[in-house]
Ligand binder design. Structure first.
Ligand SMILES: Cc1cc2nc3c(=O)[nH]c(=O)nc-3n(C[C@H](O)[C@H](O)[C@H](O)COP(=O)(O)O)c2cc1C
Length: 596
């Protein structure tokens, strides 16, 4: 699969645009359209100077593109994996033949290492291997610099037996050095520790572009010690083609557009960030290992691939959906009664998971919750909601929300503690935080509640606390209506919550926010699941309170630094508008997704 084959999805941008904010801002807006396209920027510039290499963004533009990249339906791939996992020893001849066919698919997982590869058409070594030849982007105004955002980072264990690829962003420190943002829980970070213990330099190679399936494989949460590229061969039903790098022993896809080869010294760390991340918040500055660039190789006519992350929806929605589908059978190996799951992109994947199970005994959901929170990258999940097999489809968000609220009983809530994603900004301590599990598999008893109109309820709440600025009720036809309360944060939400108990006849679940949300459920879910640590921010009393506000050092005694929102730069949006490049999306949608 190459760009040529995805031509019908590509929109070419001829207008020269700067790698500093302009290109990524346009891709950001494109990804929020109903039918996003792949964008091909023919003329990337920097301060007026043109690059020779074009930029492609949104390569995983939409579900159709993803289907074409995988060259078959995601469900078909998942079914094949499930069959392999469930395979029993064959008895009859026809069973044996069938089993042989399935095992043949495994043979495809072994990469072929070839000699002459298109990714080594041009070889730049020494002084010539300089990062400024590449149109690397600065995505957001507060970013610490330029970042490579779609790099497949290849590494090997110290003894050479384990190969790994992960997609980690890379900050450009200068023309010869990159920051390696592999988070502490990730496979390359584990391999890095081996080199650190042995006091040896670690080879690193970064492949950019080529068949986009390699890029997706780099994001796939494969168990440690299993080379993600094997998944490429399984999905494609043919062996991947790799080539040995020019200056180190690592192997990278032969068809990559650009390969950056080098090494890192485990003793050398440098501050990385800030970076506008896929949580929609910036990740703050922190030390990460440094890669030294030795060699850059490229195809004859390379293209530079990049992605933009920030507030959802973005391209990672479509990449994440493929991961969700393909990994369902693997997840079932540790949670056999799991029927289906969904990780909505506005829960930024690890902030919210919906699970459909066939409960057979009391505590069944609890059992699966604990198993999820202990398995690989699933252990990052902060909030898990379990529904029964009679629930509507998990991606019918309106119906499933109604179902959950009609099956929500405070007695069936588990609040626990575990590891959280390194990007999580709201946990009380970095890397460890609260976990919320809701067992909504049984119909709730419900309590009588008298719903008031928003206007009247607002006045009653305002009488109790002057700092409340706006309220809106949702799902008032369910057993557990939600009232979202926006207030001017000069005190803890908890203080207002205590006063609200006087209105318990009219309230059930209250959610506090202090940010300029437009009261649309999509962004509210994004904000609130990001901002809460269940151990600190959920109160189950006469009513239920959720503190979805941004936390503050003085008001909340929050010891960590709270990061800023990832927002666009006004002048850049104006410029793109004036160039006539923003089209196919309404002002209302741009406001809804907080682009403007
Ligand atoms: C667009 C995008 C950007 C990502 N950036 C990072 C990153 O900077 N650091 C990181 O540790 N993981 C990042 N990830 C997630 C990893 O790619 C993912 O967890 C992968 O499974 C890691 O591979 P590993 O298990 O081999 O370490 C990113 C994922 C996507 C889709």
């Amino acid at each position: 699969m190459n760009l040529q084959e995805l031509q019908k999805y590509i929109k070419i941008i001829d207008t020269p645009l700067d790698v500093n904010l302009e290109i990524p801002h346009l891709a950001y807006i494109e990804a929020k359209k109903k039918e996003p396209k792949i964008l091909y920027f023919k003329n990337p510039t920097q301060n007026g100077k043109k690059f020779d290499i074009p930029v492609v963004m949104n390569i995983f533009a939409n579900d159709e593109v993803v289907r074409d990249i995988f060259e078959r339906d995601l469900e078909e791939i998942a079914a094949e994996i499930e069959e392999l996992i469930k395979m029993k020893p064959p008895k009859t001849l026809s069973e044996k033949l069938k089993a042989f066919g399935k095992l043949f698919a495994i043979k495809n997982t072994i990469p072929k290492v070839i000699k002459d590869a298109e990714c080594q058409y041009h070889i730049y070594e020494g002084e010539a291997a300089t990062l400024d030849m590449l149109p690397i982007l600065k995505t957001w105004e507060l970013d610490g610099g330029k970042f490579i955002t779609m790099g497949q980072v290849y590494t090997k264990s110290l003894d050479g037996n384990i190969r790994n690829v992960g997609m980690y962003r890379l900050q450009v420190y200068d023309n010869k050095r990159l920051g390696l943002h592999w988070q502490i829980h990730k496979d390359s970070a584990h391999l890095f520790w081996e080199y650190k213990k042995a006091g040896k330099k670690m080879p690193v190679s970064i492949a950019i572009g080529g068949d986009p399936l390699f890029t997706w494989c780099a994001t796939a949460p494969m168990p440690p010690r299993i080379f993600e590229v094997m998944l490429y061969g399984f999905i494609r039903r043919k062996n991947s083609r790799l080539v040995k790098c020019v200056s180190n022993d690592l192997e990278v896809p032969a068809d990559a557009d650009i390969v950056i080869e080098g090494w890192c010294d485990p003793e050398e760390m440098e501050i990385e960030g800030m970076f506008g991340d896929h949580t929609g918040y910036y990740t703050l500055k922190k030390p990460f290992p440094v890669m030294h660039v030795e060699t850059i190789t490229t195809k004859k006519e390379p293209v530079y691939y990049a992605t933009v992350v920030g507030k959802p929806p973005l391209e990672d929605k479509y990449m994440g959906y493929a991961t969700e589908r393909i990994f369902l059978p693997l997840l079932k190996t540790t949670a056999p009664d799991l029927i289906d799951y969904a990780m909505p992109e506005n829960g930024v994947f690890h902030n919210l998971i919906l699970c459909k199970i066939a409960p057979r005994y009391p505590g069944h959901s609890l059992q699966i919750m604990h198993s999820l929170w202990g398995v690989g990258q699933m252990s990052f999940v902060k909030h898990a909601i379990f529904v029964s097999e009679d629930a509507p489809p998990l991606r019918d968000y309106k119906k499933i929300t109604e179902y959950i609220l009609n099956h929500f009983d405070p007695e069936n809530i588990l609040i626990s503690k575990g590891i959280v994603d390194e990007l999580d900004h709201s946990s009380i301590k970095e890397l460890v935080g609260g976990k919320l599990g809701i067992d909504a598999t049984k119909e709730a008893k419900g309590i009588d509640i008298e719903i008031l109109e928003d206007k009247e309820l607002f006045e009653r709440i305002k009488e109790l606390d002057e700092s409340v600025e706006e309220i809106k009720q949702y799902m008032t036809h369910t057993k557990n209506p939600i009232c979202v309360i926006k207030y001017k944060k000069t005190k803890r939400a908890r203080e207002i919550f205590d006063k609200l108990k006087a209105l318990k006849k009219h309230l059930r679940i209250v959610v506090f926010i202090n940010t300029p949300e437009t009261f649309n459920p999509y962004m509210l879910i994004w904000r609130v699941t990001n901002n809460i640590d269940a151990l600190r921010d959920i109160w189950i009393e006469e009513i239920i309170g959720i503190d979805g506000t941004n936390k503050d050092k003085n008001i909340d005694e929050f010891d960590r630094e709270w990061p800023p929102d990832v927002d666009t730069t006004k002048e850049v949006i104006e410029k793109l508008k004036n160039l006539g490049l923003i089209e196919g999306i309404s002002e209302e949608e741009l406001r809804k997704y907080q682009v403007i």
